[in-house]
Design a protein around this ligand. Structure first.
Ligand code: SME
Length: 166
């Protein structure tokens, strides 16, 4: 049973506690699961319904050199393909660094899958070898929605998916 989504205004301690609950739930639900798509689908479901300010939550997978394709997601339709030289997702894939964007309108080349998106965070997903296998993208209709608490915990949760790859 998903708890009531945590409001944007909740204190950092409550945000961190909710992420800890989500991580525990993901690990319990996915215990023994080796299929990455199944785990991705579970991750985005648990994350999306846990936070009121998550308006689009999804993965983009590396499907060819320099090319991302949409994976499991929650929210309105997402674009299907993103090259590494475009968008916030492309920047995360290209640099290998989390992109924490307080104002998407100020991000050069932002791809607006929804006109209501105001802020975004995109986290690289890496295999144990360090190989980039996907990015985890979260959009919010609230400006400056994401903080270092989101960065830390989304990177932790992304590593759960990354561990499934060679
Ligand atoms: N905003 C992303 C594109 C994906 S849609 O938001 C789901 C970007 O700029 O890469």
């Amino acid at each position: 049973m998903n708890p009531t989504p945590l409001p944007l205004q909740a204190p950092a301690s409550a945000r961190a506690a909710r992420y800890a609950d989500v991580e525990r739930a993901i690990r319990a639900l996915c215990d023994g699961e080796t299929d990455a798509i199944a785990v991705m689908a579970t991750v985005v479901c648990e994350l999306h319904h846990a936070f009121d300010y998550f308006d689009w939550t999804g993965f983009y997978r590396v499907v060819a050199p320099g090319q991302l394709a949409v994976g499991p997601y929650q929210g309105t339709h997402g674009c299907l393909r993103i090259p590494f030289d475009r968008g916030v997702c492309g920047a995360a894939a290209r640099t290998g660094r989390t992109q924490l964007v307080p104002d998407v309108s100020a991000f050069p080349g932002h791809i607006a899958c929804s006109s209501t998106t105001r802020s975004e965070i995109v986290v690289p997903v890496r295999a144990p070898s360090g190989r980039l296998v996907a990015v985890l993208d979260v959009d919010s209709d609230a400006p400056s929605a994401f903080t270092d608490v989101d960065r830390e915990w989304l990177e932790r949760i992304a590593a759960i998916v990354g561990a499934l790859y060679d």
